[in-house]
Design a protein around this ligand. Structure first.
Ligand code: PGA
Length: 256
């Protein structure tokens, strides 16, 4: 059975004390909640705060993730962080190919594929982000873009490794804009992504892959987004910086 995953992408926000305070507030907010084994919560703080946040969530069922990684294991790559480094500070997940990485830091489909491979070799579950721009959607290219990104990210990934992959459908026009995709748009994209995975591997494998939605998900719209067919959770940016909102989204996921 596929897991429901609620992941918080803190992006380049918080500082030493506010990252600790945010982690503490999320832990406090979830105290006494019976979330069961089917829901996974992942916090993705900036690299430098990962160990601090790790200390605050230790012993609970919140997991740690990073916002990106380099595919090289070590070496002369100034400023970069490897999968092994992330494992050594207890990360279990890593976001790969976020649209901000693709557009602002020129990460190509091939870079994304290398990172997916390296994440898996390093024992990290990649959260692979795909999604179209508003111009691409207007031109009717959503499916073409998403299929290219999904196929490129999974190129050369064997079936057993693909099982650990998580996909996040994040229409770029919905990220940080307050304009979330409609249930129809989300349902269509998620069904399409599952169909692609089914064609690359098998329909059975596709049924086991969690596909998250990301893009202006918040406490008010989480329940309706999470109720869309084929939605297995969310990758949350802005609202994950507000402990009460993030906890409320987790509750919506747990009670759906
Ligand atoms: P948002 O960001 O929730 O602020 O739209 C989502 C993301 O970029 O992962």
């Amino acid at each position: 059975m596929r897991k429901t995953i609620i992941a918080g992408n803190w992006k380049m926000n918080t500082n030493r004390s506010s990252s600790i305070a945010l982690a503490d507030a999320i832990v406090d907010g979830l105290r006494g909640e019976h979330l069961g084994d089917t829901i996974e919560i992942v916090l993705c703080p900036p690299f430098v705060f990962i160990p601090l946040v790790g200390d605050r969530i230790r012993g609970g069922h919140i997991r740690l993730g990073a916002q990106t990684m380099n595919n090289e294991p070590s070496g002369a790559f100034t400023g970069e962080v490897s999968g092994e480094m992330l494992r050594s500070v207890d990360c279990s997940h890593v976001i790969v190919g976020h649209s901000e990485r693709r557009t602002m830091f020129a990460e190509s489909d091939l870079d994304v594929c290398y990172r997916v491979n390296a994440a898996q070799e390093g024992g990290l579950a990649p959260i692979i982000c795909v999604g179209e721009t508003s111009a691409e959607r207007e031109k009717g290219l959503m499916k073409e873009v998403v299929e290219r990104q999904v196929r490129a990210a999974l190129e050369g990934i064997l079936e057993f490794a693909a099982r650990t992959c998580i996909i996040a459908y994040e229409p770029i026009w919905a990220i940080g804009t307050g304009e979330n995709a409609t249930p129809e748009q989300i349902g269509e994209a998620h069904a399409f992504i599952r169909d692609i995975i089914g064609r690359i591997y098998t329909p059975e494998l596709a049924e086991d892959i969690s596909i998250l939605y990301g893009g202006s998900m918040n406490a008010a719209n989480a329940a309706s987004i999470l109720a869309c067919p084929g939605v297995d959770g969310g990758l949350i940016g802005g609202a994950s910086l507000d402990a009460a909102a993030f906890v409320s989204i987790i509750r919506s996921a747990a009670t759906r």
